[in-house]
Design a protein around this ligand. Sequence first.
Ligand SMILES: Nc1nc2c(ncn2[C@@H]2O[C@H](COP(=O)(O)OP(=O)(O)O)[C@@H](O)[C@H]2O)c(=O)[nH]1
Ligand SMILES: [Mg+2]
Length: 467
Amino acid sequence: MASLTDPLGLLRDAAMGAEQLGRGLLGQERIRLAVTGLTRAGKTVFLTSLLANLLAAGQGRRTLPALEAAAGGRLRGVRLVPAGIESLPRFDVAAHLAALAADPPAWPGRTEDLSTLELTLEVERRSWLGGLLGSRSITLELLDYPGEWLLDLPMLSQDFAEWSAATLQRLRRGPRAEAARDFLAFVDALPAGTPDDEALARRGFILYRDALRHCRDRLGLRFLQPGRVLNPGPRGEAPILWFFPLPHPEGSGLAMLLARRHAAYVADQRDNFFEPYFRRFQRQAVLVDVLGALHAGQEAFEDTAEALAAIAAALRYGGSWLDRLTGAGVDRAAFVATKADHVPGRQRDALAALLGALVAAPQNRAEGAGAATAVHAIAAIRCTEDDVVTLEGRPVAAVRGVLLRDGRSARIYPGEVPLRPPEPGFWDHGFFEMPEFQPPRLDAQGVSGVPHLGLDSLLAWLIGDLL
Ligand SMILES: Nc1nc2c(ncn2[C@@H]2O[C@H](COP(=O)(O)OP(=O)(O)O)[C@@H](O)[C@H]2O)c(=O)[nH]1
Ligand SMILES: [Mg+2]
């Protein structure tokens, strides 16, 4: 059994149990749940909390009541399936739980964003009179992949010239132009028919990559392509990534080299990511840091909205070439506003409403086929309690939590979450305080789960019907 000095003993026990269980599981039921979101949306924290709370529920704790209610029974056992011969990285649940169990507790470290993990769930069924109806074993397969890659979907239908034109147009707009100044100066100086020169191609790629990183890290922008430049994934940075948009994208020489790489990249994403993974998963959670986008300001918010619209369209559209990718797979997709513990109670409803407005923009409304969608506002790991502060003599709803930067408890008035995408005037008031909170410490044996807000209701909607 797990001991106090071995905070992750529970995990080891769970893995060992799964080995025995695994043998009897061939041909058993399987639920495939994919989780995505742009960098820092909260994917790693979400999966860590999901696992901690499922493992605890398997030990008899009532950590996910809405899920158990939807399943019509109790989770009797939850086990990690031990690593087999998978070619993908495994979600490092032990390291993430160890971070939360440390003193002081820390957030899970940054991850390479493509990983999988499998669990077996044993659900005990009871009739409404309380009689036991037996139990079922179900394999839950989780896939964590970077949302940035979904933004490559529109690239599948563009050739290099079309992609170059659209990308350069976006890059010349607003604050992007400043972030991309060196890159734009470089490509604008390249005449049509520039000869094929590897050093030049390399230099252009590095300038382009730096511009994308600047847009993401300093401006909070999200609609950035290609996704693997920002998030190379387990296969690392390879020559097929070394392209960038050109003002004269046609003809021979450099243009042809970049066009060949662009085509190879698009084909590679289609064959090695969209086709094999996207298609196999029935259920999809799309995590969005809506509060972070509000906090980052108008440009960042509108850009996040544009990225989200592209992702939502990809998941919902029926009858198009996208349908060939999505149609066979995802039949339920939940859009999830994360980190909702940064705002007090009523504002969490506003947060869900705002996300609903963003993903239901008219241009995304699917006709006919496509996944059923829902919006949720959750905190995978709840770090705050609701509280009240006085603002200009008036009591206003606030939250109270321990700040990561100095370990002190603070009451924070976050500002008001708008119900709809805000009017320009909204941004004048400098919305939104959003400090990093310290996560609550995981108990030493990891048996009581992790406090959350709404994780169980989300899971009930996403997979409850399959349990
Ligand atoms: N307060 C709070 N912060 C969160 C929550 N989820 C994520 N965060 C914060 O967001 C950061 C990024 O989360 P992470 O899961 O690593 O994002 P990823 O890049 O999508 O995997 C974390 O380090 C936390 O600071 C949450 O439920 N509550
Ligand atoms: Mg991560």
